[in-house]
Design a protein around this ligand. Structure first.
Ligand SMILES: CC(C)(COP(=O)(O)OP(=O)(O)OC[C@H]1O[C@@H](n2cnc3c(N)ncnc32)[C@H](O)[C@@H]1OP(=O)(O)O)[C@@H](O)C(=O)NCCC(=O)NCCS
Length: 220
């Protein structure tokens, strides 16, 4: 039996979504390490950081359960930026051992969105974005920013530079299992993020993606 109230039953997937809880640190670390297996583990989110997320900003992170099994998560923190975020690395936003959460932040920063392979392409990723967008609207934040990974770059990097690869995705000529999904969820591709997380398969690149909150009201 899983603790914590179900805040949403996925309208498409039927998953039970709950807010993150400190006792799930080890489970979420296993999910993170197994789903980002080609990234440098030291720079990924560790159990104590999931615990910190649950303690500092539980309203920003969601875990999807199929029965008693955690199969998906969308985690995030608040960050303060003037305008859109400048180029950065994951460690810049979430330093070792910390959540990186800034309580007075004006942006929601997406740390991890991940779904077990057995459960993909059932609308769970889109449901997690729906929950994140609800946080942004409720807290009148500027929007969502994240470093989007680009698994498909590995197959193209011999003949395409990073900018050409991103342009191909923008134009819909190249499909990337992650970045195309982000575009279809309303994100804009802003620019490459060199050295975001060490991952030799994709030359350590991620891509800055941004979703602007259409309902944002500047403080008057
Ligand atoms: C990226 C990721 C989170 C997407 O999760 P998901 O649950 O598969 O997402 P969805 O089901 O909402 O959408 C994925 C695709 O399936 C499609 N889809 C959704 N329901 C479908 C259905 N019933 N039948 C067929 N296709 C479906 C969506 O339209 C979407 O297509 P698109 O890529 O062309 O936009 C998941 O692939 C993942 O965990 N990847 C590894 C970790 C990762 O890279 N995370 C992102 C870090 S930035």
């Amino acid at each position: 039996m899983v603790d914590g109230p179900v805040i949403l039953v996925g309208p498409t997937s039927g998953l039970d979504y709950r807010r993150i809880r400190p006792e799930w640190g080890d489970i979420l670390e296993e999910l993170e390490f197994s789903l980002f297996s080609t990234s440098n583990r030291d720079e990924l989110c560790h159990a104590e950081q999931f615990v910190a997320l649950a303690q500092e900003f539980p309203e920003g992170s969601f875990v999807g359960f199929d029965g008693d099994e955690a199969v998906a998560m969308g985690t995030g923190i608040l960050k303060r930026f003037d305008g859109r975020p400048p180029p950065h690395t994951l460690l810049d936003v979430m330093p070792f051992g910390q959540s990186g959460h800034q309580p007075d932040g004006n942006w929601y920063y997406g740390i991890t969105i991940a779904v077990r392979p057995s459960h993909r392409r059932r609308g769970i990723g889109a449901e997690l974005y729906g929950l994140r967008k609800e946080v942004v609207r409720t807290q009148n934040l500027r929007g969502i920013a994240a470093g989007g990974v680009i698994p498909g770059f590995e197959q193209h990097k011999q003949h395409l530079g990073i900018e050409e690869y991103i342009d191909g995705i923008r134009r819909g000529e190249i499909y990337d299992a992650t970045l195309s999904f982000q575009l279809h969820n309303g994100f804009e591709i802003v620019c490459p993020l060199p050295d975001y997380v060490r991952n030799p398969k994709i030359d350590n690149y991620a891509v800055l993606i941004v979703w602007d909150n259409p309902d944002y009201r500047p403080a008057g």
